[in-house]
Design a protein around this ligand. Structure first.
Ligand code: ZN
Ligand code: ZN
Length: 269
C-alpha cells in the first residue's frame, strides 16, 4: 500500500461517555482526512448493564443506529458509512443479543475489542487480575471469541501486553496462539492508533513509548502471515486529523505485515 488506508472501521461516538463531538463531526473530519469508508463502532451498548463513561446505556441503542443510518443516507456517494459496535466477547451471555443485532438491516458488524469480562453478574477488568491470570484469561476469552464467527476483525489484540507490562514467554506464547488462530480463520488483526495520540503525537513516534502496537507481537503476526488493518479508534473528531497514519503504514512495512487495501465486513448469517 503506497499511502494511508482509506477506510477506518474503528470510530466511537460521545454516547460512550469518554468520547466527544457529534456524529456528523466524525464524518466531516473523516472526509477531510481522505477516508472513503467510515465505520462507527461505538462501545457495545448492553441490556441490563450500566457502565457510565465506559459504554452508552442500552436506552441509547436506537438513537445510535438511527443517527448512523441517517448520516449514511445523507453522505452516500461521498463516504461509505457503516454501523457496528466494538464489543467484548462475554461467552454465551450476550451471544443471542449480538446475533439479533446482526439480523437487523441497520446494523452490520462487530469488532472484537476485549477490555473487560462478565462474571458473577458484574463487569471486571482484566488489568485488575494478577498478571499471569490476566494474560491466560484474556487468551482463553479471545480465542473463544475468534471462533464465535461474530467478529469482522480483532481490535488491539496486543492490549494484554500493556497489562502485562513486559514481553516474556507467556506474552510470546499468547501472541503465537492469537496469530495462529487469526491466520487459520482469516480474521484480520488491527494495529491500533489510540495510544499514539496520548501525548506522543507532538514528537516522533517511538515504538518503545507506545502501550501498543507492541513490536514483538507484530513480528509474530508477520511470521504467521496474518492480514492486518489500521484502526484510528477515534474518540474525538479531531483524531482523524492528528493521527499519523503514515507512521502506522510504515510500522506495518517495517514489520513485514500484510496490510489490507480494503477490509470487508464479515458476511451476516
Ligand atoms: Zn473507548
Ligand atoms: Zn478498544
Amino acid at each position: 500500500m503506497a499511502d494511508s488506508p482509506k477506510y477506518n472501521l474503528h470510530s466511537h461516538t460521545a454516547r460512550c461517555g469518554h468520547a466527544v463531538g457529534t456524529d456528523r463531526e466524525y464524518v466531516e473530519n473523516a472526509i477531510r482526512a481522505g477516508f472513503t469508508t467510515l465505520g462507527f463502532s461505538d462501545h457495545v451498548m448492553l441490556p441490563w448493564v450500566s457502565q457510565p463513561r465506559i459504554r452508552g446505556e442500552y436506552a441509547m441503542l436506537e438513537d445510535y443506529l438511527f443517527s448512523v443510518a441517517s448520516l449514511r443516507k445523507e453522505y452516500a456517494g461521498v463516504i461509505d458509512i457503516h454501523t457496528g459496535f466494538e464489543a467484548e466477547w462475554y461467552g454465551t451471555i450476550f451471544k443471542g443479543y449480538y446475533q439479533r443485532l446482526l439480523l437487523r438491516d441497520d446494523f452490520e458488524y462487530f469488532l472484537l475489542g476485549q477490555h473487560c469480562f462478565y462474571e458473577n453478574n458484574a463487569m471486571h477488568w482484566y488489568g485488575n487480575l494478577p498478571k499471569d491470570e490476566c494474560t491466560l484469561k484474556y487468551r482463553h476469552d479471545v480465542l473463544e471469541a475468534m471462533d464465535s464467527g461474530l467478529f469482522t476483525y480483532f481490535a488491539h489484540p496486543d492490549i494484554y501486553i500493556s497489562w502485562r507490562e513486559c514481553f516474556d514467554a507467556l506474552a510470546e506464547e499468547t501472541a503465537e496462539a492469537i496469530c495462529a488462530k487469526a491466520k487459520a480463520i482469516g480474521m484480520p488483526l488491527e494495529i491500533n492508533c489510540a495510544p499514539s495520540r496520548r501525548g506522543f503525537w507532538l514528537r516522533p513516534l517511538d515504538e518503545n513509548l507506545l502501550a501498543y502496537p507492541v513490536p514483538q507481537f507484530w513480528d509474530i503476526a508477520a511470521k504467521h502471515g496474518v492480514d492486518v488493518v489500521i484502526g484510528v479508534d477515534a474518540h474525538d473528531p479531531s483524531d482523524y486529523l492528528i493521527t499519523r497514519l503514515s507512521w502506522f503504514v510504515e510500522f506495518a512495512k517495517r514489520h513485514g505485515l500484510h496490510l489490507l487495501e480494503q477490509c470487508p465486513l464479515k458476511a451476516k448469517k
